[in-house]
Design a protein around this ligand. Structure first.
Ligand code: CA
Length: 220
């Protein structure tokens, strides 16, 4: 996202020479649209853009749960602006003017960070789980889950909006080939426990039972 065509084109060409695929947006609105409708490994923002500025767009993206790494390009180099940018959700910044090789070094560093982050963190509104550390938080507070409850929650999150049947849970979470009544009871007990920890303290419920079908994480 950069409104100066010369700079935008130079960045695009420089990154394409390193085998990256680059889309340019010249306004904040276009950039926001692209960032919310297409998958990117990295977003590079100018702060001063016509319409919505880079800091504001970044805040909106973070509130939507977008965790794509963001590199800010700024001609303002005061400490205050940099701190404000990082506080608003940027991962790194680069002060103009910069050398292409410097930009490429930042892009490489953020690319590495991005791939690890996208695999390890899952987020649904205020619910977040870290698949490497095996921790879950809702509204910033840790959920004290057993290993099985964590696996169950992780599996439900990975299915997104799809309703998960008891057969799927038996196979994928409990790793049993055949579904039988005792397992159904175990699943129901575990779901009830997970629901207590996940939803009871919050007015907005997430874990739903779809009668006769199964379970889904779908915030009310
Ligand atoms: Ca600008």
């Amino acid at each position: 996202m950069e409104d100066e065509p010369k700079l935008a084109t130079a960045v695009k060409q420089g990154l394409e020479a390193n085998d990256h695929t680059v889309s340019i947006a010249f306004t904040g609105e276009d950039g926001f649209f692209l960032a919310t409708t297409q998958p990117f490994d990295l977003l590079i923002f100018d702060i001063m853009l016509p319409g919505r500025d880079g800091i504001e767009i970044m805040g909106s993206l973070r509130r939507l749960g977008k965790r794509t790494p963001i590199l800010l390009l700024t001609s303002r180099d005061s400490l205050e602006d940099r701190v404000h940018g990082l506080d608003s959700g940027a991962d790194d910044y680069l002060t103009k003017p910069f050398a292409l090789s410097e930009l490429q070094a930042h892009v490489r560093a953020l690319g590495r960070r991005g791939s690890v982050e996208s695999e390890s963190l899952l987020r649904l509104e205020d619910l977040e789980i870290d698949r490497i550390r095996h921790t879950a938080t809702r509204a910033g507070r840790p959920l004290d889950l057993t290993a099985r409850e964590f696996e169950l929650l992780e599996y439900l999150m990975l299915q997104g909006d799809r309703v998960v049947s008891r057969e799927m849970l038996t196979r994928e979470v409990w790793k049993e080939s055949a579904r039988h009544t005792p397992i159904d009871n175990v699943i129901d007990v575990q779901i009830a426990r997970l629901r207590r920890k996940l939803d009871d303290p919050h007015p907005r419920k997430m874990l739903r039972t779809v009668r006769g079908v199964g379970f889904v994480l779908r915030p009310e």
